[in-house]
Write a protein that binds this ligand. Structure first.
Ligand code: DGJ
Length: 706
C-alpha cells in the first residue's frame, strides 16, 4: 500500500510516497499543490513495468537500495565483515507534522536501522533531507556511503555546477543534463574552492528571472560526493553525501552515523528567487542581528602589512583607519611566536613579545580608544613543523605512520579528535579571548588534507565534527565574539560552518572584476551581510589588474564592507572618496543587509546586475557593472525586478564621472533629475543603460515617492 505525505511552504510543496517495498521517494517538488488526492497521485505516477527488466520496480527513493535492484548510485553502501552489503529496508513507523516527516525503517537481516528526515521550512520554502543509520548487531558495520537522493522531473534538464580554485572560487558551468553521470567530488577535507557542494537543475535556459529551478546544497565542511544522473529506468536524481575514505566510519553496536543536511530550494521564477529563499533560511539561523548590530566596517592588516607587524606602523594604521571611518581593526597573520613568514609558528598561540613587547594590550587600547573593535587572526587546526608545539608533540598531527607528511603552505594538520589537542586549542583561544578584549576572530584554514589518519584510521569526518565542537565551545564561552570562516579565502563556506560563524571571507581575490563575478555566483546560496568584501589597492595582489577606486568601493558596498590596503597609498582625493563611500555604506547598511539581495538578468552578458530591495519595496538599489565592452553602440534596456508595480520611484544614479574616460555616453538616467517612474514601467520597459567603461559601475537608487 502506498501512502502519500505532503509538506507545504508558502510557494511550494513536496510530496513523498512511502510504499511497502521500499523507502520513501520524492514524487513531486514544485509549485504549491494542495488539492491533489491520493488517488490522483497514484494514478498519475503509476510506474510502467517494461519487458527486459526486473519484475518489481526499484524505487528511486531518498536512499535508493542496491538490495532492491537500484543499480544507479546506491544511497547506502557498506558491509559487515563482507556480509550485509546489499540491505533492503521496510518502513516501520512514520511521524508527521506540518514541517517534518520522519521515516523509520529496518532491515532485520542486515540488522540495520535507518531514519530518514524530510523537513520544510514553511516561511522560506527551504526543504531539508537528513538520514541516520544505526547498527543493531554485535559486530561492526563498515559504512562506505550514506547519501540523500532527490528525484527530479525530466523537464529539469540543465545543470549548473561549480568549480574554481584558490582566489577564483565559485566559477559556474552550465550543461544539458548528460546521459552520463555527473560527479562532483571533494576529498580535500574542507568544503573546497574547486568543488563547492552545491548544484542547480532547471528547465533549459533558466535565468535569474525565468525558468523552474531546483537548488541543492550539502551543508558539510569536509569531504563530499555529489552525483547527478539519469536513471536507466527513467527519472533522474541528484544525490549528495559525505565522501568517506575506506574504513573511515565503522559503526559498533548501537552506534549511528548521520548524513550532513542536504538543503533544497525550488523556484518557478528563476534562479534569483531560489537564492532568496536560501538567503532567508540562512538569515533565520545565523547568530546575528544586523538590524540592531549593523555590520561594522573592517580594516584587515593582511594586504597592508603581511607578516611585518611593527608596533609603530600598526599604531599609525590604527589612527588612519579610525580617521577614515573604520569600526573594527583586525590583526591578521603574524602576531604570534615565531611567525615572520609562512614557514614557522603555527600552533604557538602566544603573542610574539619580540614584535609586541608586553603583549597586544597597547594595540587593543589604541584601537578601543579610537572607538573601534579589535579582531584577531587564528589558524587553530594547523601546526608548522618549525614550532614549539610540533617539537613537543610531533604525534599530534593527522598522519599515517611510515610516511613523510605532504606539507601544504609548510604546515600540517592537528588531529582535533584527540582530546589533548582539542583541549590545548580551546585553552589557547579561550585564554587569549579572556585576557584581551577581542570582538572578532578570523578563523583561517589554509591547506588540503593528505593522508588524514588518526591512529592509522582515516579521520576527516571526526576532524570536522571536532572542529564544530571546538567552535561551539568558543561560541558558548564567548557568545559576543564573532567568528569569520576563512580558508585560503573561500574554501570553507557552507551552511553548517555558518551555524558557528557569522562571516565568510569569500575569496583572497579582491580584484573587483573578479569579485563582481564571484559575488554573483556566491549569492546563489549565500546572503550578503555575511560576505566579507574588502577594498584593496589599485593593482590587485592576486591578479595584477589595475582598477579604479570607485569601482572597488562599489563592488564591496552590499557585503560586509572592509578595507585591506596600506592606507598611505591613498591620495588626499582617494581618501575623501573612501570616507564618502564608507559613510554611504554606514547610512545604508541596515537596508542593504535586511532587504532582499537579488540578481537581475541583464541585456548583455558583459553586464552584471545585482541589487537590494527593501522588504516593504519602498527602497531599492541596483548595481550594474561592466566587465567588458559592449558589442553594440549601446546596450539594451535593463528590466528591473522585485519592485512594487503600483508604486512610483524616484531614480538617482551614483557613478564615478572620472572612471568613464572614453566610453561614457551619459543619458537621462545619470542626470540629477533622472525622473520618477512606476515600478510597473521599470520592470516592464526597463532602463536604457548608458555606455560605461570596462571595470566600472553605476548604482541606481530608487525611493518611493508619495
Ligand atoms: C589566507 C587568508 O585568506 C588571508 O586573508 C590571510 O588571512 C592569510 N591566510 C594569512 O596567512
Amino acid at each position: 500500500m502506498n501512502v502519500w505525505y505532503r509538506l507545504h511552504g508558502a510557494r511550494s510543496s513536496i510530496v513523498i510516497k512511502s510504499c511497502q517495498h521500499g523507502l520513501p521517494e520524492v514524487v513531486y517538488w514544485g509549485k504549491t499543490l494542495k488539492s491533489v488526492s491520493d488517488d490522483e497521485l497514484a494514478g498519475l505516477t503509476d510506474a510502467v513495468l517494461t519487458a527486459g527488466y526486473l519484475d518489481q520496480f526499484p524505487v528511486l527513493s531518498i536512499i535508493p537500495e542496491l538490495g532492491a535492484g537500484f543499480h544507479g548510485e546506491a544511497g547506502l553502501e557498506g558491509h559487515r565483515q563482507r556480509q550485509h552489503w546489499a540491505p533492503r529496508f521496510q518502513v516501520t513507523a512514520v511521524e508527521t507534522s506540518d514541517r517534518e516527516l520522519v521515516f523509520d525503517a529496518r532491515d532485520e537481516v542486515a540488522q540495520l536501522m535507518l531514519t530518514i528526515k524530510v523537513t520544510m521550512d514553511t516561511e522560506t520554502d527551504v526543504v531539508g533531507f537528513r538520514s541516520s543509520l544505526t547498527n543493531t548487531a554485535d559486530s561492526e558495520f563498515l559504512l562506505h556511503r550514506l547519501g540523500n537522493t532527490v528525484s527530479l522531473p525530466a523537464y529539469a534538464d540543465e545543470l549548473l555546477t561549480f568549480h574554481g580554485h584558490w582566489a577564483r572560487e565559485f566559477v559556474t558551468g552550465r550543461q544539458r543534463w548528460p546521459a552520463n553521470r555527473v560527479v562532483k567530488e571533494n576529498r580535500k577535507g574542507r568544503t573546497s574552492s574547486d568543488a563547492f557542494p552545491g548544484i542547480v537543475a532547471g528547465t533549459p535556459g533558466f535565468s535569474e528571472q525565468s525558468g523552474e529551478v531546483y537548488g541543492l546544497h550539502l551543508a558539510a565542511s569536509g569531504n563530499h560526493r555529489l552525483v547527478a544522473e539519469k536513471a536507466v529506468q527513467g527519472g533522474r536524481y541528484i544525490q549528495a553525501g559525505e565522501w568517506l575514505y575506506p574504513g573511515e566510519v565503522a559503526l559498533a553496536k548501537d552506534e549511528s552515523y548521520s548524513t550532513p543536511w542536504l538543503y533544497g530550494s525550488w523556484s518557478g521564477d528563476g534562479l534569483s528567487q531560489m537564492s532568496l529563499q536560501f538567503h532567508r533560511f540562512l538569515k533565520k539561523r545565523l547568530r546575528l542581528d544586523v538590524a540592531t548590530q549593523p555590520r561594522k566596517v573592517h580594516f584587515n592588516s593582511w594586504e597592508a602589512l603581511y607578516f611585518s607587524h611593527e608596533p609603530k606602523a600598526l599604531l599609525k594604521l590604527v589612527d588612519q583607519a579610525a580617521a577614515i571611518g573604520v569600526e573594527r581593526f583586525i590583526l591578521d597573520d603574524g602576531w604570534f611566536r615565531g611567525r615572520n613568514d609562512d614557514t614557522a609558528g603555527l600552533g604557538d598561540w602566544y603573542v610574539d613579545e619580540r614584535k609586541h613587547p608586553g603583549g597586544l594590550q597597547y594595540l587593543i587600547d589604541a584601537v578601543n580608544q579610537k572607538g573601534m573593535e579589535f579582531g584577531l587572526w587564528f589558524e587553530p587546526e594547523m601546526v608548522n613543523p618549525d614550532s614549539d608545539l610540533y617539537r613537543a608533540h610531533p604525534d599530534w598531527v593527522l598522519k599515517l605512520d611510515g610516511y613523510d607528511q605532504v606539507l601544504g603552505r609548510n604546515q600540517m594538520v592537528l588531529d582535533l579528535s584527540r582530546p589533548e589537542v582539542f583541549d590545548y586549542l580551546y585553552e589557547r583561544i579561550d585564554s587569549l579571548l579572556s585576557q584581551y578584549r577581542i570582538d572578532y576572530i578570523k578563523w583561517d584554514m589554509n591547506r588540503d588534507l593528505v593522508q588524514p589518519g588518526s591512529a592509522g584510521v582515516a579521520s576527516v569526518h571526526r576532524q570536522v565534527e571536532a572542529l564544530y565542537r571546538l567552535m561551539a565551545s568558543i561560541n558558548d564561552a564567548h557568545p559576543t565574539v564573532e567568528i569569520e570562516s576563512c580558508s585560503s579565502g573561500g574554501a570553507r563556506i557552507d551552511f553548517e560552518i555558518l551555524r558557528y560563524t557569522q562571516r565568510v571571507w569569500a575569496s583572497d581575490c579582491i580584484d573587483p572584476v573578479e569579485r563582481q563575478r564571484l559575488q554573483q555566483a556566491y549569492s546563489i546560496f549565500f546572503s550578503n551581510e555575511i560576505m566579507g568584501s574588502h577594498v584593496s589597492v589599485e593593482k590587485a595582489h592576486t591578479t595584477g589588474r589595475s582598477t579604479n577606486l570607485m569601482f572597488r568601493l562599489m563592488t564591496s558596498l552590499y557585503g560586509h564592507m572592509g578595507l585591506e590596503l596600506a592606507l598611505d597609498s591613498l591620495s588626499a582625493d582617494d581618501e575623501t572618496t573612501v570616507r564618502q563611500l564608507l559613510k554611504y555604506y554606514k547610512d545604508n547598511r541596515t537596508f542593504f543587509h535586511t532587504g532582499d539581495w537579488i540578481r537581475v538578468d541583464t541585456p548583455e552578458s558583459y553586464l552584471l546586475c545585482n541589487g537590494v530591495v527593501s522588504t516593504d519595496k519602498r527602497r531599492a538599489s541596483f548595481t550594474i557593472a561592466a566587465l567588458d565592452r559592449c558589442d553594440y553602440l549601446m546596450p539594451g534596456r535593463l528590466r528591473l525586478t522585485g519592485l512594487d508595480p503600483e508604486k512610483r520611484y524616484s531614480l538617482t544614479a551614483i557613478h564615478d564621472p572620472y572612471a568613464h574616460h572614453g566610453q561614457l555616453r551619459p543619458n537621462r538616467t545619470l542626470a540629477a533629475d533622472a525622473g520618477i517612474y512606476s515600478g510597473d514601467a521599470l520592470m516592464k520597459i526597463g532602463i536604457q543603460l548608458p555606455v560605461i567603461d570596462v571595470a566600472s559601475a553605476i548604482i541606481y537608487d530608487l525611493n518611493v515617492v508619495e
